[in-house]
Design a binder for this molecule. Structure first.
Ligand code: NDP
Length: 286
């Protein structure tokens, strides 16, 4: 079996957990990888990506601030990437000799939501997404695809909500790149939604300094589930989950999503699906 030349690019990059995660995947699947973190400045992005793949690279993860601009270096964009305009995984296709861009965040989140909450399989689930930035954008299609309920959007800057609704709330979902399925529910601005919310997803960076606060009361109750895309390095709650715990004891942080989206990248590169049972202790305790 050949060795895979892989890495993650970002600015900054020191904080990235991807090298550790992928090395755990490699050990478990007995695949040999050389996975390095690369600090790439915006002005060097295109030349770095092209050089990496010309020099035998197999795959790159892409983190902030390059998720949008990395598309300029890729020739083949997946339908989902075309829709959301961002990618977190670049793969070199040896057959077409092209760089292929994919986004695994949405599917990674979905896998964790199904695993943790057993949602979506049978019940109508109304999902409220807080935030209208890059993370919200990248998860909406997957939630739309999986949920039988409605999707409700709220954001600190209200003017950004309508543009997200316009982008996704249409009858033609053929451009999502998912297996064919009729998606008939709606996206709502929270101002126009007065029913109970089953799941609240925090896709904001609110709470990064100080406690989490939200600018309005939400229609939640003790049965509502809460999920934070951010995660802590321990069993300690994130500020959003600290806030959520006043309503419900059904909440999780985004550590599972982090592992899942990495596993999906690993599979794209190597064809092998690693075990995603990595714990926080595996990554943070040493
Ligand atoms: P962006 O900068 O694109 O968007 C930030 C969002 O947070 C905006 O909606 C912004 O609102 C909102 N926001 C920021 N500060 C506040 C505040 N004080 N109060 C209320 N709202 C606020 O960031 P991303 O979308 O890329 O990332 C959002 C979060 O998702 C980050 O915490 C990131 O770490 C996490 N994430 C986790 C992943 C995982 O694998 N677990 C993967 C991807 C992201 P406004 O529009 O008003 O500025």
């Amino acid at each position: 079996m050949r060795d895979y030349k892989l890495g993650v690019i970002g600015d900054p990059i020191d904080h990235s957990l991807s090298p550790k995660i992928h090395n755990l995947f490699a050990k478990e699947t007995e695949i040999t990888i050389d996975y390095q973190p690369y600090h790439v400045l915006p002005e060097n992005l295109d030349s770095f990506i092209k050089d990496f793949f010309i020099n035998g690279g197999d795959g790159l993860n892409v983190t902030l601030p390059h998720k949008i601009n990395c598309l300029r270096s890729a020739r083949d964009l997946s339908p989902l990437v075309k829709l959301i305009g961002a990618a977190n995984t670049l793969t070199y296709s040896r057959s077409s000799e092209e760089i292929v861009a994919e986004s695994t965040d949405g599917e990674g989140l979905l896998g964790d939501l199904i695993d943790k909450f057993k949602l979506f399989s049978k019940n109508e689930t109304n999902v409220l997404i807080l935030g209208a930035g890059g993370a919200a954008l990248s998860i909406i299609p997957s939630i739309e695809y999986a949920s039988l309920g409605d999707i409700i959007l709220d954001n600190r800057s209200q003017e950004k909500i309508q543009s997200l609704i316009n982008r996704f709330d249409n009858d033609d979902k053929s451009n999502y790149g998912f297996p064919s399925k009729k998606i008939s529910h709606r996206l709502y601005n929270i101002d126009n939604f007065d029913r109970d919310i089953d799941l609240v997803i925090n896709a904001t960076s609110a709470g990064f300094s100080g406690p989490f606060k939200w600018h309005r009361e939400l229609n939640v109750n003790s049965k509502t589930a809460f999920y934070d895309l951010s995660y802590s390095s321990s069993e300690e709650k994130t500020p959003f989950l600290e806030w959520a715990s006043q309503y419900s004891d059904n909440y999780y942080d985004g550590f599972g999503m982090l592992i899942n989206q990495a596993a999906l990248s690993f599979t794209l590169w190597t064809g092998s699906s690693p075990d995603t049972e990595i714990t926080k202790a595996d990554l943070f305790n040493d």
